[in-house]
Design a protein around this ligand. Sequence first.
Ligand code: PBG
Length: 331
Amino acid sequence: MLSRQLSGQIDTSNNRAMNIALPTPASPFNIGTRGSPLALAQAHETRARLMAEFDLPEDAFAIVVIKVMGDAIQDRALKDIGGKGLFTREIEEALLDGSIDIAVHSMKDMPVDQPGGLLLDTYLPREDVRDAFVSLTAKGLDDLDQGATVGTSSLRRRSQLLVRRPDLNVVEFRGNVQTRLMKLGNGVAEATFLAMAGLNRLNMTDVPRSAIAPEDMLPAIAQGAIGIERRADDTRAAAMLEAIHHGPTGQRLAAERSFLAHLDGSCETPIGGLADLDGGSLRLRGEILRTDGSQVLADDMTGAIADGAEMGREMAIKLLAQAGPGFFDHM
Ligand SMILES: NCc1[nH]cc(CCC(=O)O)c1CC(=O)O
């Protein structure tokens, strides 16, 4: 398995695998992650795939938990304190200073550009991309009373909800799944929204949820995808990650992240996007919204898989032209 995976990627001059020094319990491979339950589950999945691929014991790996600013701040809306880098800066510093070998991320939270010296080009097979409607009382969006209060801290979800249900009262809702369920129980809101991927990865089968079709709520760019970052000059990490990379997820994210890149999106802008593969073609759906739900601009394109990034770029340019200046200025 090792030689098959490495022969194409690392040593193209002949058909023999390059000799990489695999990690050992005495000199483990350090996997960096945030400390949230979901982040830990994703790091454990990465470790399990590497163990299987290279026939290594669990203690040839160390899971290194890194505290990030974003996790420490629970009381203010993320958009007020500086966006996505809040969840990645400390982890990327640990990569650059060598205290970890790779970093495992939710791709949904990752900016399109990484700091110099780092590469984020390895993806695990994608989970369910959809959002979940979570409520102790209502079965779905259509089941909510006129004027009902729903909780979300996501500008995208907020805007998408208001497009469909302008009557809803959308309130800020942060915290982990347990906290949010407690708030629902306390009547703070009648429903909230979570990624299906997170619920599935945490095996939260007892959470009352129903999956929302992408037609009704287009997911965030890269929702449900795990990405693994490394130092650009680390040939061992490159070889190990190549072995667990999931190509189709990479093709889908290439289109979605190109769309995001050309929109210049951060988590401060309501953007949805989803690429699906169907045989030899790629379908990209994308939308941008006004935060008050008064307007949504959407597009849907199908083309060759290899053209995904170009489709993302074209779609972004087209939607931005339709939007005109000031489209996002409603916050
Ligand atoms: N922004 C937080 C975040 N980042 C990734 C996930 C879920 C897992 C995923 O989409 O990969 C979540 C929580 C949520 O949206 O419910």
